[in-house]
Design a protein around this ligand. Structure first.
Ligand SMILES: Cc1cc2nc3c(=O)[nH]c(=O)nc-3n(C[C@H](O)[C@H](O)[C@H](O)COP(=O)(O)O)c2cc1C
Length: 251
């Protein structure tokens, strides 16, 4: 069974190369409307989205996010912020804001970002979700003039696709039996044999793609990404930042 929406969702690929073209007013409005209608935990509506289009700001954000060129060249960089400030301003909450609210906000932000991505892709635009800005979250926060109660949790590059860089193949996912289970968790679904087969599939994908060819596999790509996130320096900086913004990490 398929339809236009399923076709769109199952053809997603992150796009990191864009033409030097702005989004139209109509495109931006359509994405905003899609984001506004996102489900919201307890209907708290704890999301504020900051649309960055200023070239100098984009260049700085690209740098603080670990030199991510795609951030510099996208048409718009949408920063999805967890926003409890409206509750602080109306005295519905005081700091420290309980972790429960951080968790709700993070859920809402994630859904909003995906809603924006799908809306943008439905109009033929290209996107990539960005979490790399966490490396420079303090600097980004100052740049965006964020106040207590507001955290830039997730971001999205949106731009006009440079078709030359679009891959013919989609990035293969883990096999379905590891990702979906019936009623209870099946701990046997994922094992070494499944991993070996998937790693081979990923190696074939990395080696045969048009751009960014590399001799790599899934396990290795995860290993490359894990150490910096686990590094005490980044962890402490992130925790300190979250607490500075008025959120508590305990319930
Ligand atoms: C929370 C999150 C953070 C991400 N951060 C980045 C990022 O900082 N830079 C980037 O190039 N891609 C980022 N991505 C995109 C993933 O790398 C991408 O979705 C994944 O490799 C699968 O590839 P595909 O989207 O082309 O299928 C992020 C994705 C998510 C969900």
């Amino acid at each position: 069974m398929t339809n236009a929406v399923i076709d769109l969702l199952t053809s997603h690929q992150s796009i990191r190369n864009y033409l030097d073209k702005p989004l139209t007013k109509e495109q931006v409005e359509a994405i905003e409307n899609a984001v506004m209608q996102t489900s919201s935990s307890c209907f708290f509506q704890m999301v504020t989205t900051i649309k960055v289009t200023d070239k100098q700001m984009l260049a700085k954000i690209a740098k603080l996010s670990g030199d991510q060129h795609n951030i510099e060249t996208c048409a718009q960089f949408w920063v999805f912020c967890i926003d409890a400030r409206r509750f602080l301003k109306t005295n519905l909450l005081t700091t420290p804001i309980p972790f429960r609210l951080f968790y709700s906000g993070l859920n809402d932000v994630s859904l909003s970002c995906q809603q924006a991505l799908v809306a943008a892709e439905s109009m033929g635009l290209g996107c990539v979700v960005i979490g790399g800005h966490k490396a420079g979250i303090d600097e980004l926060s100052q740049m965006l003039n964020l106040k207590e109660g507001v955290i830039p949790a997730l971001a999205l590059c949106i731009g006009v696709v440079d078709e030359e860089y679009k891959e013919d193949q989609l990035k293969p996912r883990l096999p379905k039996q590891c990702l979906f289970m019936d009623n209870t968790y099946n701990d046997d679904a994922f094992n070494q044999a499944v991993l070996d087969e998937y790693n081979q599939k990923m190696r074939d994908y990395y080696m045969s793609r048009k751009h960014g060819k590399r001799d790599d596999n899934w396990t290795n790509s995860c290993v490359q990404m894990l150490p910096p996130l686990n590094s005490p320096k980044i962890k402490t900086a992130l925790i300190n930042y979250i607490e500075k913004q008025g959120f508590s990490l305990s319930f």
